[in-house]
Design a protein around this ligand. Structure first.
Ligand code: B12
Length: 221
């Protein structure tokens, strides 16, 4: 099977929540395809269509859940390959990463975390539904460089601002690089709430993290 055909099959399988077809299409190409390309060109288009159909009222929560389950099973096949591509480099920096309070979407966060790990970041995954207090306490405990927040809903993105305000309240704002991301987040929002950066892709997230860490370390010496 050609790559294009395999990617189309993956997208359809995600939409149908068909784990078996998805994992078999992934296995067909995994040995000679960039694992990130499989996620981006094969699996994510399927999830995007599911989101659109849900938004349009054409499908309901159970279908969205089935698509999620298939996606996550697919990730289990891809993740080891993705981690293999990472070189053992000295720690690029420490990150605490979570999805904001009342938001349980984790797929994007998990992809960004895996890619950060392949680039030498030490990431403490706080999971989903993370309160501002937990973000900041965990960052303090880990002596982190970066606090990274994911949010997938317009109704929860405001909690990213709460984390930043809470940092300010505790007099810790300048100690951390604050990164924000997730579906509704863009550069304008990041600037508005006083975050240090954002990206709409996992690759971009790693690049901005690397850039800001270099600036921070450069500035500190
Ligand atoms: C999968 C999914 C679910 C799954 C989540 C499972 C899980 N464990 O994650 C389930 C089925 C549980 C779910 C539940 C709900 N969902 Co939902 N869901 C989705 C869906 C289809 C895909 C999200 C996703 O994973 N995308 C793929 C990932 C890879 O993309 P991503 O998260 O954006 O991440 C990328 C970038 O943004 C970036 N990134 C992500 N995080 C970060 C962080 C940083 C720091 C940086 C730099 C970058 C970065 O890198 C990632 C990789 O490229 C979206 C539709 C959509 N188009 O987004 C709806 C969607 C987000 N859901 C929606 C809704 C409404 C809900 C529910 C409220 C439904 C309900 N009635 O119960 C609940 C919410 C429950 C809650 N309290 O959170 C709406 C939100 C609308 C809004 N208000 O904004 C959407 C947009 C669907 C729609 N069109 O209506 N959902």
């Amino acid at each position: 099977m050609g790559k294009k055909e395999a990617f189309e099959k993956m997208s359809e399988a995600v939409q149908e929540g068909d784990t078996e077809t998805l994992t078999s299409a992934i296995n067909d190409v995994i040995n000679d395809t960039d694992p990130l390309e499989i996620i981006q060109a094969g699996m994510m288009p399927g999830l995007k269509k599911v989101g659109e159909a849900f938004g349009a009222g054409e499908i309901f929560l159970p279908e969205m859940l089935m698509a999620t389950e298939a996606f996550q099973e697919g990730m289990k096949v891809i993740e080891p390959k993705l981690l293999e591509t990472g070189q053992e480099v000295k720690s690029a920096g420490k990150v605490v990463f979570g999805t904001v309070i009342t938001d349980i979407h984790e797929i994007g966060k998990n992809i960004v975390i895996t890619l950060m790990q392949t680039h030498g970041f030490k990431v403490n995954d706080l999971g989903a539904n993370v309160s501002p207090t937990t973000f900041v306490n965990e960052a303090e405990k880990a002596n982190a460089d970066i606090i990274a927040m994911s949010s997938l809903m317009t109704t929860t993105m405001t909690y990213q601002r709460d984390v930043i305000n809470y940092l300010k309240e505790r007099g810790l704002r300048d100690k951390y690089i604050a990164l924000v991301g997730g579906g509704p987040v863009n550069a304008e929002w990041a600037e508005q709430i006083g975050a240090d950066g954002t990206s709409d892709s996992a690759v971009g997230a790693v690049q901005i993290a690397e850039k800001l860490i270099a600036q921070k370390k450069g500035g500190a010496s």
